[in-house]
Design a protein around this ligand. Structure first.
Ligand code: NAD
Length: 726
């Protein structure tokens, strides 16, 4: 019998065995080889000592119950590891299954987060009691990492709640529920207010159910809602993949497809076979590229970014207490709400008290909606709103230890508002601008303390968008950078850090996506095909509809200013073919985008988007234009990736993790790629394959696809983009 090194067996005099999940080598329990061996050893012992056992309770000695799979191992797995992965997934599931079917009541006492593998252990229990701890999360988020729950999670949720609910509530979105919502949605059976109450409830279940077993092990059990062997259910089955395709818009995410297949196929066979089917689909995902991309981005890169890999070291963390938000327009209103939500006092300043009050009304609207939907209480909403003071009077900004400016995009105006407030706020207040394009170094010239001036680029809508791009100006000090970083974390957003440059990282790179999409219209492509190409490449917003949202006049304005700056610096400006299309749309047809009531799409009176403008086909489309679909997609993806590499070359971007996370969370680069530089790393044939393909695109579509020197060097040296010290 092997030994359990990560699970402690604690048996009391009444015969209740508490299995304490406690890996001595990790701060949180994750599913690794030691855990798999321990579960097998525990199953062996439980079988051998069955007669002395009255019931079993799983709980954890860590703050979280169990954190999930060991992603460090998974990201390294290649096709040659497939058999070993398949077998070890099955081994673990068989051990859990042996405990589940021992004939004794099994309870999970979920003392903290139980995600992925952790919730799968809980699912292998007959009863689940969750501690109602703040911040605790329960669910199977594997799909968000390009995986499926391979520890019995598909087989058991399908049997627990039926195929449809399992797919929609748990598996396909990877929703992480707080304990209360986990209870409401049937993921756990009861909640406990304290650890003692949780363990008492676990015992009470054992006392009351000495013969307990899983519902699916009771003879005659039927999966709720039916299975494909039921004719009514079978009639609906074809709609499943069709709905999924619609939801994914054709984007290449293998995990949802595998999850659905494992759920449907597994529902038609016995439990043991369902576990094998699940392991097969799981293995296919683990050895594939998409899971590696998504694990890299959403686990490792996100952790690096949020934990401050890019924050200057040795500067004590500081919290902002009272922030001045200058400008109560669309962005200022959203910034005020996000700060107040994090408990920061906000003074929201506009040209008059009335316009500032309009900005606060935005928070009032969001709060009312949150109360109506049960996401917050009236009391909490009132407390949030009480933190926001709208004003037209500069004197009210006294005592602010940070300033976030969001007035119109105009250098002179921004200089003026900072001059007005710089001696009113605290003498060492952090000074931030939310400009989307203006150079921070130039804006900083408007204040006396240039070292305290920094860019804090939020995205719209601020309350929903998780990213903030921090821009370090030429004279910004490390202290200001550290404080800006801390402020972004304080409001629960993800900060990336870039050096100053026109358009920074995000605004500049998204411009290439749009220009490339629009250029294809100019070449005569079918507008609907261009939109479909973006959707099927995995972009959350189609390219022409995004252009309409941003307005067609904005890129023109930015382009003209950039062109002027380039020419003044003695450089030459190369026009992008997309620019001509935008110029014609605005000058010849007066179509400026959604806010103007007409753009690439038609819009209803109330602003609702209608169909693509028929004039596009009339004025631009050339029948017979044949841009291969893959080229359409790759032109957009490559345009963004190549410019990102140039930004690395120019020293604007200094972190690969920041580039990856910023591209996904800020500008909608497709998540399946793992981010814009991971897309280059993971391209077929690696970086060298990417370079070869870029050269092909350059030969067909123009010099702008020529790979930059840095990329060619990396390909020649066999390197990838990474932050790891080599
Ligand atoms: P907006 O036009 O909605 O709001 C600007 C607000 O500034 C108005 O309420 C105006 O009354 C106020 N204002 C003007 N002069 C002022 C003064 N002297 N003192 C105080 N308030 C004054 O603009 P917006 O979309 O919120 O953009 C604001 C800034 O954020 C711009 O720099 C913009 O480039 C940037 N930004 C915008 C977006 C976006 O998606 N809209 C995204 C990121 C950054």
């Amino acid at each position: 019998m092997s030994e359990s090194t990560t699970i402690r067996w604690e048996q009391d005099e009444t015969g209740v065995v508490t299995l304490v999940l406690d890996d001595p080598n990790q701060s949180a329990n994750t599913m690794n080889q030691a855990f798999r061996a321990s579960i097998t050893a525990i199953a062996d012992r439980a079988e051998a000592e069955k007669d002395s056992i009255r019931g079993i309770v799983y709980t954890s000695a860590k703050k979280t119950f169990f954190a999930g799979g060991d992603l460090k191992d998974m990201i390294k797995a290649g096709p040659e590891d497939a058999q070993a992965i398949f077998e070890s997934a099955l081994e673990m599931k068989r051990a859990l299954r042996r405990i589940e079917t021992l004939g004794k009541p099994v309870v999970a006492a979920i003392n903290g987060a139980a995600l992925g593998g952790g919730y799968e252990i809980a699912l292998a229990s007959h009863h689940r009691v969750a501690l109602d701890a703040p911040g605790s999360k329960i669910g199977l988020p594997e799909v968000t990492l390009g995986l499926l729950p391979g520890g019995g999670g598909v087989a058991r949720t399908v049997r627990l709640m039926g195929i449809t609910d399992a797919l929609l509530k748990v598996l396909l979105q990877g929703t992480q529920y707080n304990p209360k919502r986990a209870l409401d949605n049937g993921l756990v059976h009861e909640l406990a207010a304290t650890p003692e109450e949780m363990l008492a409830k676990a015992r009470a279940f054992i006392d009351a159910h000495p013969e307990s077993q899983q519902p699916w092990d009771v003879p005659g059990y039927k999966i709720p809602g039916g299975t494909p062997s039921n004719p009514r259910f079978a009639a609906n089955l074809p709609a499943f993949p069709a709905n999924l395709r619609k939801q994914l818009n054709g984007a290449p995410y293998p995990a949802p497809r595998n999850i659905m297949a494992a759920a449907v196929e597994g529902s038609q066979v016995d439990f043991e076979t369902a576990l094998t089917i699940e392991s097969r689909y799981f293995t296919e995902l683990v050895v594939g590229q998409t899971a590696k991309n998504m694990i890299q981005a959403f686990f490792f890169d996100l952790q690096a970014v949020n934990s401050g890999a890019n924050r200057p070291q040795g500067i004590a963390p500081r919290k902002v207490r009272r922030v001045a938000v200058l400008g109560a327009g669309m962005m200022g209103a959203g910034i005020a709400y996000s700060c107040a939500r994090a408990g920061i006092e906000v003074v929201l300043k506009d040209v008059s008290a009335e316009s500032a009050a309009k900005g606060k009304a935005y928070s009032e609207k969001l709060c009312a909606k949150a109360v109506a939907k049960g996401r917050t209480t009236q009391e909490k909403a009132d407390a949030l709103l009480a933190l926001i003071t709208p004003t037209g009077d500069v004197a009210d900004l006294a005592g602010c230890d940070a300033v976030i400016e969001a007035v119109f995009e105009d250098t002179a105006l921004k200089h003026k508002v900072f001059q007005e407030i710089q001696h009113v706020v605290e003498p060492d207040a952090l000074l931030c601008s939310n400009t989307s394009t203006l150079p921070i170094t130039v804006l900083a010239e408007g204040v006396e303390r240039q070292a305290d001036f920094i860019g804090l680029h939020f995205f719209s809508p601020v309350d929903k968008m998780p990213l903030v791009e921090i821009i370090k100006g030429g004279r910004t000090g490390d202290e200001a950078l550290a404080r800006a970083f801390d402020l972004v974390r304080q409001i629960n957003k993800t900060p990336i850090v870039v050096n100053d440059s026109r358009g920074f990282f995000t605004s500049r790179v998204i411009g290439h996506f749009i220009n490339e999409g629009v250029a294809m219209i100019g070449e005569g492509a079918e507008p609907a095909s261009v939109e479909q190409a973006a959707a099927q490449a995995g972009y959350p917003a189609k390219v022409l509809s995004l252009m309409d949202e941003l307005t067609l006049t904005l890129p023109r304005k930015i382009r003209n200013e950039t062109r002027k700056a380039v020419e003044e610096a003695g450089g030459t400006w190369t026009s992008h073919p997309g620019e001509l299309v935008i110029d014609r749309m605005v000058d010849e047809f007066g179509r400026t985008g959604r806010s103007g009531g007409a753009g690439f799409y038609d819009y209803a009176e109330d602003g609702r988007r209608g169909k693509l403008w028929p004039g596009l086909r009339e004025h631009f489309t050339k029948p017979g234009t044949d841009i291969p679909f893959r080229d359409m997609q790759e032109r957009m993806l490559f345009a963004e990736a190549l410019d990102t590499v140039r930004l690395v070359e120019e020293g604007v971007l200094t972190s690969v993790a920041d580039a990856n996370i910023g591209s996904i969370l800020g500008i909608g680069f497709p998540a399946w790629t793992g981010g814009v530089l991971q897309y280059v790393n993971g391209y077929e044939g690696g970086v060298a394959g990417f370079v070869a393909r870029a050269r092909e695109l350059a030969a067909t579509y123009g010099e702008r696809f020529t790979p930059p020197a840095l990329l060619v060097e990396k390909a020649e040296r066999g390197e990838v983009f990474t932050d790891a010290a080599s």
